[in-house]
Design a protein around this ligand. Structure first.
Ligand code: FES
Length: 421
């Protein structure tokens, strides 16, 4: 038995070249083949990829979808994050456990159904929610939970739990989920009219350097703590040494309360992919990867279809800007298994969705007069500050004045340098 397991795991490791950097692919393949990544399997993996078992274990125990112990044919993952607690998680968990006759983390005696909890599955707007294999079951109540378990006991087919579909693309045949969007406000950035390929068409006649300058001039920046300017990041990535660059779209979100990326992926994937394509053009990258979290894998067939449609239209693949209609070798991958050896450009999904909107308004915001106007506005703003400082210090000596003038001149110089360099 042990020998059989070792042979299977060794085969999987060899399929991935016994490459330690492919650890996630290897453990996923082992999980799919054997139903779990047992301690014995971890030891074989560690030996094959020349690593330590602790490293393999750190990967296996990090991801909720990987398991050390064998699991049932159906796995109910009930979110137990704070939002679900506020919305009645305890009663739902209790109802499910009683109906199944197990406690949390256990599998039914017949080995059919496992009940476990999991961190945020991105359904915070419709909690308490569970992921049953790949099927999302939102808005659970104790009664509904009991009914779900009874139905599963009958057919062991989570897909049959979908009795209604949500709004927007949730009702698309390739999504077919009970999820609702719950973000409906339209604005100039999201859910506005978007014409596929329009921004890309405006981008391609420009040089990559000019595109980066436009993005710099737009002042788009990250919304994380650093607030890093997107154009600057693109410039760094373009100038980084190395031949191969990758655009990585981080579509992961797992903080309790978040769900915006789910809605953007459901309703605006075309816009996000166009943003990635423009980023790829600007950076000299021919590969893009969307990190799609396992909790959103129900969106994958739909996203693949959007990518295929873009290829058919000539907005993706080697035919970009050329003739549509010929299927191309994919330059991109969802839940990709490449891009391990070069300088990545990681972009959050929300920002990539904004790129096409900026690109389609190049003449308004970025280039030529728009850029000059922005620089003049910044200079005027600094001069105004300078005037106020002078008024405040007007009774002080001339030497203070001289220092203030010098300081303001340096600031203005810095502004101009950042704008044109
Ligand atoms: S789905 Fe439970 S906190 Fe997000």
């Amino acid at each position: 038995m042990k020998q059989a397991l070792a042979t299977v795991v060794e085969d999987i490791c060899r399929r991935y070249g016994c490459d330690r950097t492919r650890m996630l692919d290897i453990v996923l393949a082992v999980q799919q083949r054997l139903g779990c990544v047992s301690t014995e399997a971890m030891e074989v993996i560690a030996r094959e990829v020349n690593s330590h078992r602790v490293e393999v274990e750190s990967v296996v125990t990090f991801y909720a979808f990987l398991s050390v112990k064998p699991q049932g044919k159906v796995v109910i993952r009930l979110c137990n994050d704070i939002v679900d607690w506020m919305r009645g998680y305890e009663a739902v968990a209790d109802a499910m456990a009683k109906e199944l006759g197990v406690t949390m983390g256990e599998t039914t005696a017949d080995g059919a159904i496992t009940l476990t909890h999991t961190p945020c599955i991105g359904m915070s707007d419709q909690a308490p929610a569970a992921l049953i294999n790949e099927v999302v079951v939102p808005n659970l109540t104790p009664e509904r939970a009991r009914q779900v378990v009874r139905d599963l006991r009958r057919h062991l087919d989570p897909a049959q739990l979908i009795t209604m579909v949500g709004d927007g693309n949730n009702a698309h045949p390739l999504v077919h989920s009970m999820v609702r969007n719950n973000v409906r406000r339209r604005g100039p950035v999201h859910f506005d009219s978007f014409e596929s390929g329009n921004a890309l068409q405006k981008t391609l006649p420009r040089t990559p350097e000019l595109v980066i300058a436009e993005i710099r001039a737009s002042r788009l920046r990250g919304r994380g703590g650093a607030g890093f300017a997107t154009g600057q990041k693109w410039e760094f990535a373009r100038n980084a040494p190395g031949d191969q660059r990758y655009v990585l779209c981080n579509a992961d979100e797992g903080e309790p309360g978040t769900f915006k990326d789910r809605v953007l992926l459901t309703e605006c994937p075309d816009q996000v992919f166009e943003g990635m394509t423009i980023a790829g053009y600007a950076l000299g990258s021919n590969s893009g990867i969307v990190y799609l979290r396992g909790e959103y894998s129900y969106l994958r067939p739909f996203l693949e279809s959007v990518l295929e449609s873009r290829r058919q239209h000539g907005w993706l693949g080697k035919a970009i800007g050329g003739k549509p209609g010929r299927p191309q070798k994919r330059p991109d991958a969802l839940q990709g298994d490449r891009a391990y050896h070069s300088e990545p450009l990681r972009k959050i999904l929300r920002k990539l969705g904004i790129i096409p909107l900026l690109a389609s308004r190049y003449t308004e915001h970025g280039s030529g007069l728009g850029k000059t106007r922005w620089v003049i506005e910044r200079c005027l703003s600094w001069l105004h500050q300078f005037k106020r400082l002078r008024q405040r210090y007007e009774r002080r000596s001339d030497i203070h004045d001289a220092f203030l003038s010098l300081g303001c001149a340096l600031i203005c110089f810095n502004v101009l340098q950042n704008s044109f360099c």
